[in-house]
Design a protein around this ligand. Structure first.
Ligand SMILES: Nc1ncnc2c1ncn2[C@@H]1O[C@H](COP(=O)(O)OP(=O)(O)OP(=O)(O)O)[C@@H](O)[C@H]1O
Ligand SMILES: [Mg+2]
Length: 270
């Protein structure tokens, strides 16, 4: 199938980010087709999270453009992009520690709430019907992730693997069209990573996914395409097989850590 520019849900072109004298991203391009899983890999410090921060509106690039469904996004701020249908998880869990699991997920339903998540959580808003609906939706999301029984607990009281599921439920509850996952497998056991692989393929039935991950076996299993960053530049793009066979990629990883090379199945511990 030929893919045209209009087929892309998301395009990043010429994205450059400088932090003082450090160029974290240098003329980076990325294209995400609907329903595809795109892997974003590269050694530590390559710029992966920085790119997520640009794509999710947390960070304004020094140069470059983002195109969402063939047009400029409706705004650059995180809430604009969330409302447009872009959700993310964070490299850390980033759950609200003093809010219940359910309220954490309600917070992710912001894009569906007329009055915004704050009014729903605080009870200060006028949108009682919304509130009921969104709490029901959040509970349904928790059920979908198999963690509804923990709805009224604080996230910190749950095992790490379940907290990761809460973070995923919070990202998915707003029914995004694009889900950005920053190291969803970190800290998980082999069995949990197998389950995560199934989940990510399942997500791609409803949304596109961009996956940042150091666990190469997971990346190679679930991704349709992979973009490799090194020192802020794209050094390779292609199918998992193409990227794995690219000597530039091997060299980039060998410079960082033998274990993290895409040919290795265990991935790099972080
Ligand atoms: N806010 C910031 N201010 C200054 N430098 C930053 C900032 N955020 C990131 N950097 C630098 O930008 C570069 C890219 O960092 P980034 O966190 O995007 O890498 P990464 O690919 O996500 O790495 P990791 O695999 O370790 O998560 C690094 O050199 C980092 O130190
Ligand atoms: Mg990172």
């Amino acid at each position: 199938m030929t893919t045209t520019a209009a087929d892309h849900l998301l395009r990043a072109d010429g994205v450059t980010v400088r932090f003082g004298g450090l160029t974290a991203l240098d003329d980076v391009g990325l294209q995400v087709a609907p329903g595809s899983v795109v892997g974003l890999i590269g050694p530590n410090g390559a710029g992966k999270t920085t790119l997520f921060n640009v794509l999710s509106g947390v960070l304004r690039p020094t140069a470059g453009t983002i195109t969402w469904k063939g047009a400029p996004p409706p705004g650059r701020r995180p809430h604009h992009l969330a409302r447009a249908g872009i959700a993310r998880t964070f490299q850390g869990l980033n759950l609200f520690p003093m809010m219940t699991v359910l309220d954490n997920v309600v917070a992710g339903a912001d894009r569906l709430a007329a009055g915004g998540a704050f009014s729903l959580i605080s009870g200060l808003g006028r949108h009682h019907r919304d509130e009921r609906e969104l709490r029901a939706r959040a509970l349904a999301a928790l059920e979908g992730f198999g963690i509804a029984e923990h709805a009224h607990r604080l996230p910190g009281t749950l095992p790490y693997g379940l907290q990761k599921q809460v973070a995923l439920a919070r990202a998915c509850v707003g029914e995004p069209e694009l889900l950005l996952l920053d190291e969803p497998a970190s800290g998980l056991s082999g069995t949990q990573i197998d389950a995560l692989a199934e989940q990510i393929r399942g997500f791609s039935r409803d949304m596109a996914v961009v996956l940042v991950e150091h666990h190469m076996d997971l990346v190679m299993r679930v991704c349709d395409r992979i973009v490799v960053l090194d020192f802020g530049r794209v050094i390779s793009t292609g199918t998992p097989e193409e990227v794995q066979a690219d000597p530039l990629v091997t060299r980039a990883y060998l410079g960082a850590s033998d274990d993290a090379a895409p040919g290795h199945t265990n991935g790099a511990p972080r």
